[in-house]
Write a protein that binds this ligand. Structure first.
Ligand SMILES: Cc1cc2nc3c(=O)[nH]c(=O)nc-3n(C[C@H](O)[C@H](O)[C@H](O)COP(=O)(O)O)c2cc1C
Length: 213
């Protein structure tokens, strides 16, 4: 399911090329301390972020919580449509764009260049260290209409998004699930092949003001 990335790829807007080697994430810490009810109490959308990077361990934990593998058969922390693996998560960060590969718990380099502010819809996005971009493989959703593809891919994204919300709440991070993205521009920036499309994005980072009960 890893997308093959050609080393010749370039991107006008960001002078992007394929970055370094894949990053093997540290094993996710799968037993947190915060209770689910406390996380639910703290869950909210954040639109003011501190300019502070996320430690790699926290990124690992976040991605596992969002859509990591939680069973020996490769299934995930979020439910997904018809047991067809439709959703990819791209990470736009200061050092480029990466593809999360749940099976190996790695970040696969996709593009260099910082694209966080490129779609330019909400200014706070560029200030936060991480923009998750949910991308659907429409070509894997056979025998359903284009409308249903959008619908089911959106639902898959939303389940992941809520996992991310709850993880962030439990770790003092801020996040906001975002439909206000320029889908066409993002698809172009990510060089998505025909059939794949952006569903939503989700900003993650340390909030400017701590979130407390
Ligand atoms: C489908 C969907 C799309 C959303 N799109 C955006 C968005 O583009 N920008 C934004 O700032 N918030 C967006 N939100 C967050 C909502 O505005 C937010 O969840 C709602 O106002 C309730 O606030 P709360 O999350 O703090 O409880 C979106 C939420 C959902 C579920």
């Amino acid at each position: 399911m890893t997308q093959q990335v050609s080393p010749q790829r370039t991107l006008d807007e960001t002078s992007a090329t394929v970055p370094q080697e894949p990053v093997v994430l540290p094993a996710a810490r799968t037993y947190g301390n915060q209770s689910l009810t406390a996380a639910l109490q703290l869950r909210r959308s954040t639109r003011e972020y501190a300019d502070r990077p996320l430690p790699l361990q926290l990124l690992s934990d976040l991605l596992w919580a969002g859509f990591g593998v939680n069973r020996a058969n490769g299934d995930r922390t979020a439910p997904y449509w018809r047991h067809v693996m439709v959703l990819d998560i791209y990470l736009a960060m200061a050092d480029g764009v990466w593809l999360y590969e749940p099976a190996t718990h790695r970040l696969v380099p996709h593009l260099t260049g910082d694209i966080r502010q490129q779609p330019g819809v909400q200014d706070f996005v560029a200030a936060a260290p991480l923009e998750l971009i949910y991308v659907a493989h429409g070509e894997r959703m056979t025998d359903v209409s284009p409308e249903e593809r959008r619908l089911y891919a959106s639902v898959d994204s939303a389940f992941i998004g809520e996992n991310v919300y709850l993880f962030c709440a439990s770790e003092g991070l801020g996040t906001v699930f975002r439909g206000s993205v320029d889908h066409t521009k993002l698809a172009h920036l990510l060089m998505l092949p025909d059939g794949q499309f952006v569903t939503f994005a989700q900003t993650v980072g340390y909030p400017q003001h701590p979130i407390m009960l």
